[in-house]
Design a protein around this ligand. Structure first.
Ligand SMILES: [Zn+2]
Length: 123
């Protein structure tokens, strides 16, 4: 029986650069961000970006394309609760939410499903 060994190395062709430089890492490297509420580091796509726009509004940025200062919050009600109602977001952005912006963010918070079953729901 032959033991599982590494496959025979391919001869490197002249003129071919060894695979060292990757132009764009895809899939492998997942950008991580920290939730301002729970401080957990998560993959960026699991977090919701909130942005303070140059004109002073604080709004959701689902596409991460808006310019301005960004902060990330988990897509979890508990985190939004902290971010919105404990002043985390305002502190993060060093601003005061306008009633209008707050209403929009609260509407988002309300649209989130109730807390997913985590440790609490475990038998
Ligand atoms: Zn969080």
């Amino acid at each position: 029986m032959v033991a599982d060994g590494p496959p025979p190395a391919r001869p490197t062709q002249a003129g071919q650069t060894p695979r060292k430089r990757k132009p764009q890492p895809r899939q492998k490297h997942i950008p991580q961000r920290t939730c301002i509420a729970c401080k957990q580091v998560r993959p960026k796509r699991e977090l919701i970006r909130v942005v303070r726009t140059p004109d002073g509004h604080v709004e959701l940025d689902p596409t991460s394309k808006k310019s301005g200062r960004g902060a990330y919050v988990c897509a979890r009600r508990s985190c939004w609760n902290i971010a919105l109602h404990k002043g985390k977001l305002e502190r993060e952005f060093e601003t005061t939410l306008s009633a209008e912006d707050r209403a929009a963010l609260e509407a988002y918070e309300a649209s989130l499903p109730p807390e997913p079953p985590t440790a609490k729901a475990q038998r």
